[in-house]
Structures are given as C-alpha cells and as structure tokens.
Design a protein around this ligand. Sequence first.
Ligand code: PEP
Length: 262
Amino acid sequence: MSARKPYVGGNWKMNLNGQQAVDLASALADGFSAGDQVQASVFPPFPYLEKVGKVFAAKNSPIQLGAQNFYHQPNGAYTGEVSLDMLKDVGASVMLVGHSERRHVLGETDTLINDKVLAALEAGLEVILCIGEKIEQREADKTDHINTGQLGYGLAGVSDAQMARVTIAYEPVWAIGTGKTATSQDAQNTHKVIRQALGFLYNDDIANAVRIQYGGSCKPSNAQELLAQTDIDGGLIGGAALKPEDFLAILQAAADNAPVPA
Ligand code: PEP
C-alpha cells in the first residue's frame, strides 16, 4: 500500500448506445461515493460525452469525464478528428493516449503519441499514457525494454511540473480483452520497473508520486489481489467497465487499498 491515491478509469471503447451510456453513467454516479479515497474517470465514445457529463453534473458525481482520443492540432483541415478545445468544451478533463488499440489497430506511432501527450498537458488536461508489450515481445524477453521505451518516447519533453497530471497505464497487449490477466506478481514486477524508469527520467519524488494503473482483463475477481500490490495504483478497465456492478466492485477494491488518512 502506498500514499498514492488509487485511480480507476473505465474505457468504454466503441460500445453502447446513447441510452445505455446514460444509464451506465447514472448507475455509476449513484453507486460511487468514495471520491475522497479513489480517483475515477470514464471514457465514453465521443457522441455521448456531453450526455454522460450532464448525468455526472446533475448527480454531483466526482467521476471525471475523459476522452478516448483527440488530435493534437488546435483546429483546421483534419477531417474526422476532434480537438482538445472541443473536448474541454463538453467537459472532458482527462485524455487517454497510447492505448494499444490505437497503437496496433489504428497505427499510432510513438511520435504521434508524444505529440498528443504534450498537447493535452499544454492544454491543462490530465493524461493517462498507456504502454504495454505484445505477446511475442514478452516471449522474446523484451517486456521491460518495450515498456521503458514507450514510456521514454511518450514522455519526451514533459516537464517535472506536468508529471503531476500524468498517470501511466501498464496494459500488456496480450491481456487486453482476452480474459488473460498478468499474475499479480508479474504485473507488480513490471510496475516496479516502470517506476524505476520514471526515477531515471525524472527523480525519485516524481517516480513515487505517479500512479501506475494496471489494465488487461481486470475484473472484480482479480482486482483485490492486483490492487494490493505495492506498485499497482489502480486500473484501466475495459470490458468490466461496461457493467456498473463490476466497475463499482473494482472501485471498491481500490478504496479498500487506499492509504489510510493520517
Ligand atoms: C483496456 O482496453 O484498456 C482494457 C484493459 O480492456 P479489458 O479490461 O477489457 O482487458
């Protein structure tokens, strides 16, 4: 257990219709009351951001609204893209960057990911930077090399002060949406390496303050064990974030592992 406030994000991906998004937001707002112990955010599809934000505002919920994607330029001829100002306008305050589906399905490069991290931080927003190795990289013993590389590229040019608004999500690609989870010990080992790398890139204070979420088939049945690990400070949740009872159970597991106030 650490002094870091646990942080759980729910990535809704390209799922749900408008009414389902509103119903899910409403159930989460009603069920989550541990905002002083746990930071929580959800990442709905773009068309539902405003509706979901209105539900949270009406219910005075501490759950933050996040965006799954954006383009780093302020405006212009970028057909199909969405700017940070547009997302701020609908109430989004945290941006997901570098998710493996954007890296490996949609072809985002480390350079683009770094541009996005810098733009979101310049805009005053929070960032969750996702990193993680593919199965063939893990089998070739390149897990640490891949994760520290993605970390260094993603954070290039990010200042010490800006790191207060950065969370890292370690998501082994082979565990996302597959039902396969890293063992809590494997995940802890990788989180520790990532935290050491933050120490090299920045300093010990920053390394100790940054939250590192685990993502990859995290669910109520394994959340307690994962979140009890020293360097696991929360989760980025996909499938289980679509079921209010499951996401609320994971938030509760995070609250159970939150530091006891002094
Ligand atoms: C994710 O998409 O970030 C994720 C962790 O998905 P799942 O929980 O479904 O593996």
